[in-house]
Design a protein around this ligand. Sequence first.
Ligand code: COA
Length: 265
Amino acid sequence: MSQAISKSYESLLFERRGRVGLVTINRPEKRNALNIKTREEGGALLEELRNDTSVGVVVITGAGEKAFIAGADIAEFAGRTAMMQRDVMTARSLFTAIDTFPKPIIAMINGYCLGGGCELALACDIRIASETASFGQPEINLGIIPGGGGTQRLTRLVGEGKAMEMILTGEIIDAKTALSIGLVNQVVPAEQLEAKTMEIANRIAEKSPIALSLAKEAVKLASRSNLDEGLRREVDLFALCFSTEDKDEGVSAFLEKRKPEFKGR
Ligand code: COA
């Protein structure tokens, strides 16, 4: 079902570029810090895009040239109780919504990628960064720790030693260093960031949406289950592909030496 975006959003911009949906966190004057409104709107927008078959891949970026996302909105921390904060991070978690979204999500990282911003990027499936981007989990400087997956997803991605160093020192690393530890997939000159990210997103968006969704689910199992269970479920998900028209189309297209046209069925 293809549909227009029905709601209007205060702190988000949304644009369709072919089959790619571009979501821009739009609070540049606050370095795109994630306040509750932005988190709620992000969750609502993803909910709209979930069943929108005209969008195959989502790209998330930050408005302006300075920041991707400079973290949680620190101003909101003042006066917040432990239970309120827990609710923000669990019941209404934008990070979980991204993680469990059934389509690929790419973080297009154009500047400061700190705290909750780094955690949001970590929840995405692929991270493309500009040479001017910088990364960090500076929560320790506020007397707190990462609470949006930083201690878990960062550790799984870059290993305990590097994650520990970033989280305990709170220090900021540059894009080149982020690439060298595997925190990002690619680093490109700032002026090429959008073109490069869109090129990757468009390439992915041509694939079978069902296969993409099952592939994402299967890969995520690797860090959430033991090897035997992961391998078992991989076979199930693989076998499930054999129930789709897209699998028939993909195989026929290969044998007929033509480009497949996937329908998402
Ligand atoms: N939460 C709330 N407001 C934030 C913010 C955040 N995470 N990050 C930046 N802002 C606000 C600033 O308070 C400032 O607001 P003001 O103009 O009303 O004073 C505005 O954004 C611009 O920030 P500024 O520090 O002047 O910009 P900069 O380009 O010199 O520096 C940062 C950018 C990102 C390095 C710096 O703002 C910073 O260290 N932010 C906090 C990062 C952080 O600790 N994140 C983890 C939170 S758990």
